[in-house]
Structure formats: C-alpha cells, structure tokens
Design a protein around this ligand. Structure first.
Ligand code: HEM
Length: 455
C-alpha cells in the first residue's frame, strides 16, 4: 500500500488471547468501559483471533460511517448472521447483489409503503390494549415484545403468518433468537445446542414460507405487506434481472425482522419508562395528543403520526440514552488514519475489525449537554443537539444508516398514541438499568401499574 505508515492505536493490555474472548462473550460493555477509560477515543482490543479497534465519538468516526464498502466492509464482520438469515442473502452474497437486496428493503419501506402499514400498526395496538383491564401491573419489555412481534408478523411476514401460523412461526423465530449469543459473533458454527436448534428452526421456516409464497404466486392474491414487496421485486443489474427465489425471500424477511423487531420493541419500552417517570414530559405528550385529536380527529393517520413532534422527541431521547445496538462494526479492507480530539494521530491497519458504539457516543458531554439527564427538548430548536455530525448514531449514520428508521418511529408513535390516549402509568420500581449482557440491549425488569382512562 502507498498509505504512509503510522503508529497503530494503543492496544489494551492485560487481555490475553482467550481472556478478550471471554470478556467479549460476557457482553462487551465492560471491555469498552475499560478501554475508553485507559486509552481514550481510539484503542484496539485483541479478541480471540481478531483485533477490534474501537472509534468512540464523532471526531474519530466519520471515516467509519462515510467510507465505501471497498474500504469499510460489512460482510466480513456480519457474516455470523449467515446461518440465521440463510444462504444467498445479505452477508452471504457479494457486494453487488447485497446492494440490490438493500435496495429492495428500501423500496419496501418508502413513504407510500409506510402509509399502507400504518393502519396495521394501529389495529394491532388497539386490539392488543383492548384486552387490558381497568388496571393492572405489566412489564413494558414483555408487553412490547409481544405487540411488536404481532405487528411485525402482519406488516412484514404477511397475513398468512399473522392469522393462521402465528404461534408456530413465533416459536421458530424464537429459536433463531436463542441461537444468537455473543459467542456466535465469533464462532457462528460452534457445535453448541442453541446453534443446532437455530439450524432446525431455520429449515422449518424455509418450508413454511416456501408454501406461502407459492400459494400467493399461484393464486395471484396480493397483500399490503413487505412479503408482497419481496415477491414482486426483481434484480436490476445482476442475476439476469430475475425475481427472488423462495429461499431468498425467506432470508430477507428474517434479516428485516432481526434488524427491526427487538430494536423497535426495546425503544418502545424505554420511551414509555422515561415518559412515565418524568411527569412533565408525560403531560406534554398527553397535551400533544389532545391537540392532534383536535386537528385530525381521533384517527391515527400517517399525517397525524408524523405531526407528533413531542412524542418523536421523547422516542429519540430514549434511543439516545439507551440505543439497543451497542456496537456497529466494519472490516478495514484498507488502512486509514484517525486523529483524536486531543490531536493524537494513528493509522488503523488493514485487517482490523473496526467498531463504533452508539451507547458510548451518546454519553459524551461534548455532543450532548448533561448526557445522563432525560431531556427530550435537546432535540428541539434551537438546541437540536442531534445535528452535530455523527453524534446521534442510534440508527447508525452515513452509508449504512438504518433503512427502517421511519417505519420504527411510526410504529412506536402508533403504540404510544394509543396508550397516551387511554391510560395513565405509574412505575412501581425505579427506571431499570440496561441489561448489557444481551445481544440487543433492553431494560431489566420493571413493574408498571396502568390505569385506564379516556382523553
Ligand atoms: C441498519 C438501528 C429499526 C432495518 C441499522 C443500523 C442501526 C440500526 C444502528 C446500522 C448498522 C450498521 O451501521 O452496521 C435500529 C434501531 C431501530 C431500527 C435502533 C428501532 C428503534 C429498524 C426497522 C427495520 C430496520 C424497523 C426494518 C423494518 C434496517 C436495515 C439496516 C439497518 C435493513 C441495514 C442498512 C445497511 O446496512 O445498509 N439499524 N434499527 N431497522 N436497519 Fe435498523
């Protein structure tokens, strides 16, 4: 390479070959805390047979988010998903095909498509909460996990799954979930029981979806869901412009579910926990619902949901304090230079795994004033702290920013609109800590009391 040689970032000491892996497998949070504490914004951790270089904060992360796939590549670091998503999709295919598959995701989630999913969001939320009594005690994490699974079934997987096969498919997807443990990131084929179960579940999902897809194709029946979008999609510049196979469609559906389901349900839970714990912000969100009802009527249309700025900011702030994805990662195909905010320069060598952490970036006081405080108004003009480039990265940023962001906001707003209009909440425990040991980071248990009322 013609790249000027330079000093590589500091390597965290005291982590032996296997030790790094054990720490990582127990959840990478502690490891990050240690590294950032001793080395600052850029540091390298040897983890098993790999070197992971962390880039913490907006000064050192632009290259990570902006560079093309020929420099900062995804497939080498995310290919642990291949046994879950399946062959022939996303991280199992070359860049050109992956780009086209990501285009298909994007086209399934355009504004017009989202408008078609909104009635399903509302219907699922209304049905779900109509089953609650006048008062009761719930745990938001469980509640929203159930509701978002139902909504995902209807809007992504389709009517057949939602109405006829829900229990069976939910069980199989749960098996895939359980097969994704921190160890799987480095050894996705390790012969452990949860991986064997994952493979059995994946195979059964293929069989179920193949039948559904064949049925739709044969009958010509169409539905308003992401499954239909994938059935209709065609490659443009690769693979002779053919349609997706049944196996590819199944894989893309699973990939979208893995990207969107736990992330959304966890953010729904944090949003509610923080609003319920901060009366001032709860009251403002309730007032906004009254104003929206006065303006649009009681119907939760796409336009009404889009107009809910107060609720939007509460969701953003929950996501800032607790982004569900602790790490986003790439593989350095070429060396690159970074300079820290204190003027130290390093060269990250080719072959490093490179990682940015939304959780750490969001807690930097140079990005967010008083970062520990719950303060949704930081997102409002004139402060708009989220506009500092690469500061607010809960949905990633740049070239591979989240494709489902608008879908997620609309779904979470639909759920919280229904709740703000029909219930009061009281936390029976303090706002819980995050469970950093899981793959997608959510709240630990917290009992919440609900009481029905009507706006
Ligand atoms: C990418 C977070 C909801 C689909 C990402 C990334 C993050 C993220 C951090 C970037 C990953 C990276 O840079 O490597 C979230 C959060 C969500 C959410 C916090 C909810 C609150 C959704 C939903 C969908 C979705 C609902 C689909 C319906 C995707 C896809 C990508 C992605 C397809 C890959 C984009 C790419 O690599 O080019 N998301 N996501 N996400 N997300 Fe989301």
């Amino acid at each position: 390479t013609t790249f000027p040689p330079g000093k590589r970032p500091p390597i965290m000491e005291g982590i032996p070959f296997v030790g790094g892996l054990i720490k990582f497998a127990r959840g990478p949070w502690k490891l990050l805390e240690e590294g950032y504490g001793t080395c600052g914004e850029v540091f390298t951790v040897p983890v098993a047979h790999k070197r992971v270089t962390f880039l913490i904060g907006p000064e050192v992360s632009p290259h990570f988010f902006k560079a093309g796939d020929e420099e900062m590549s995804q497939s080498e670091v995310y290919d642990f998903n291949v046994p879950t998503f399946g062959k022939g999709v996303v991280f199992d295919v070359d860049q050109k095909i992956r780009t086209e598959q990501f285009r298909m995701f994007t086209e399934a989630l355009t504004k017009n498509r989202l408008k078609a999913y909104v009635p399903a969001f509302n219907r699922e939320a209304e049905e779900f909460f109509s089953k609650w009594g006048d008062e009761g005690i719930v745990d938001f994490k469980d509640v929203f996990s159930q509701l978002v699974t139902l909504t995902a079934a209807r809007t992504l997987l389709g009517r057949e799954v939602r109405e006829q096969l829900f229990e069976q498919v939910a069980d199989l997807l749960h098996g895939l979930d359980e097969g994704m443990v921190p160890l799987s990131v480095f050894f996705p084929y390790a012969p452990i029981p949860v991986h064997f179960k994952r493979d059995r579940c994946r195979k059964q999902l293929s069989e179920i979806f193949a039948k559904i897809i064949r049925n739709r194709r044969d009958s010509g029946r169409r539905e308003e869901d992401v499954l239909q979008q994938f059935i209709d999609a065609k490659y443009q510049n690769v693979l002779g412009g053919r349609a997706l196979t049944e196996e590819e469609i199944t894989g893309l559906l699973i990939a979208v579910l893995f990207a969107g389901q736990h992330t959304s349900s966890i953010t729904t839970a944090w949003s509610g926990l923080f609003m319920a714990a901060n009366k001032k912000h709860w009251d403002k969100a309730v007032d906004e619902q009254r104003a929206i009802i006065a303006k649009y009527g009681s119907d939760l249309s796409f336009e009404a949901l889009s107009d809910m700025e107060v609720l939007h900011r509460n969701i953003s702030e929950a996501l800032r304090i607790h982004p569900p994805l602790l790490l986003v990662m790439r593989y350095a195909k070429k060396p690159f230079a970074v300079t820290t905010s204190t003027g130290k320069s390093y060269v990250v060598p080719k072959g490093d795994v490179v990682a940015a952490s939304p959780n750490f970036s969001h807690m930097l006081p140079q990005c967010f004033k008083d970062p520990q405080a719950y303060d949704p108004d930081r997102f409002a003009p004139p402060r708009e702290e989220q506009n500092k480039p690469y500061a607010f990265i809960g949905f990633g940023a740049g070239r591979h920013a989240c494709i489902g962001q608008n879908f997620a906001y609309l779904q979470i707003k639909s759920i919280w609109s229904v709740l703000l209009r029909n219930f009061e909440f009281e936390l029976l425990d303090p706002v819980p800590a995050a469970d950093y040991e899981s793959m997608v980071i959510g709240p630990k248990a917290c009992r919440v009391k609900y009481t029905r009322r009507k706006l």
